[in-house]
Design a protein around this ligand. Structure first.
Ligand code: AP5
Ligand code: ZN
Length: 214
C-alpha cells in the first residue's frame, strides 16, 4: 500500500505515521526526518538544509526529489510506503507521476492554523527514531524521555512560534494546491482521496484512518 499523508506542519502526519507503519508493515518516508538525520551527520546536504529548515523555508525540489527517488528504490519499499511531508510542491508531485509511482491513498489532515501553533509549542521529539509526543495531548510515560529507549526528548529548532507561522504561510502558498491536484487525480481514478478532521484526539484520528483504509 502506498500512502501520502498531506497536511500542514503539526497536523499530525508523523504521529499517525507511527501507527500506520506498524499496522501495515510499511516504512515511513519522512523527508523532514531524513533532512534532520543529514544535519546530525554533518553531510553536505545537512549543512545546506539546516539554514533553510531553521528559517521555515522549503529545501529545493531537486534535492528532495533525488532523496525520495533513492529511498523508494530501496528493497523495504517494495511492498509499499508512507510518504510523510512529501510531496509538498506541485513539481514534487509531478516528479512522482513522471516516474510512474502510483499512490493508493492520499490522506489530508485538516487542522486550523491556531490549533497548530498551540500543538507545536508543546511538541517534543525523539530525534533518533522520529517518535513524536506532546506534553499535554500525547505525553511520554516519563516526562522528557522517549517511551522505547528512555533517551532524552528535544524541542525542534523550527518549532518557535515565529518560524511555525512562516511554515504555515508556505504551506498555504506552496503545498495546499496539492489538495486540488490529488482530488483531480482521484476523480480521474488514479488514486483515492480522503479528507480527515485532524482536530480530533490522536486516537479518534487513528480510528478514522483504520476505517478509511480497510
Ligand atoms: P517536516 O519534518 O516534514 O515538518 P512538517 O511538515 O512541517 O510537519 P511536522 O513534522 O512539523 O508536523 P506533523 O504533521 O508531522 O505533526 P506531528 O505528528 O509531529 O519538515 C521540516 C522541514 O524540512 C520543512 O519546514 C522544510 O524545510 C524541510 N522539508 C521537509 N520535507 C520537505 C519537502 N518535501 N520539500 C521541501 N522541504 C522539505 O504533531 C505535531 C504535534 O501535535 C505533536 O506534539 C503531536 O504530539 C501533537 N498531535 C498530533 N496529533 C494530535 C491530535 N490529534 N491532537 C492533539 N495533538 C496532536
Ligand atoms: Zn512530522
Amino acid at each position: 500500500m502506498r500512502i501520502i499523508l498531506l497536511g500542514a506542519p503539526g497536523a499530525g502526519k508523523g504521529t499517525q505515521a507511527q501507527f500506520l507503519m506498524s499496522k501495515y508493515g510499511i516504512p515511513q518516508i519522512s523527508t523532514g526526518d531524513m533532512l534532520r538525520a543529514a544535519i546530525k551527520a554533518g553531510t553536505e546536504l545537512g549543512l545546506a538544509a539546516k539554514q533553510v529548515m531553521d528559517a521555515g523555508q522549503l529545501v529545493s525540489d531537486d534535492i528532495i526529489i533525488g532523496l525520495v527517488k533513492e529511498r523508494i528504490a530501496e528493497s523495504d519499499c517494495a511492498k509499499g510506503f508512507l510518504l510523510d511531508g512529501f510531496p509538498r510542491t506541485i513539481p514534487q508531485a509531478d516528479a512522482m507521476k513522471e516516474k510512474g509511482i502510483s499512490i493508493d491513498h492520499v490522506i489530508e489532515f485538516d487542522v486550523p492554523d491556531d490549533v497548530i501553533v498551540e500543538r507545536m509549542a508543546g511538541r517534543r521529539v525523539h530525534p533518533a527514531s522520529g517518535r513524536v509526543y506532546h506534553i499535554s495531548y500525547n505525553p511520554p510515560k516519563v516526562a522528557g524521555k522517549d517511551d522505547v529507549t528512555g533517551e532524552d526528548l528535544v524541542i525542534r529548532p523550527d518549532d518557535v512560534e515565529e518560524t511555525v507561522r512562516k511554515r504555515l504561510a508556505i504551506y498555504h502558498e506552496q503545498t495546499k494546491p496539492l489538495v486540488g491536484y490529488y482530488r483531480a487525480e482521484a476523480e480521474a481514478g488514479r488514486t483515492r482521496y480522503h479528507h480527515i478532521d485532524g482536530t480530533q484526539a490522536v486516537e479518534a484520528v487513528t480510528a478514522r484512518l483504520v476505517a478509511l483504509l480497510s
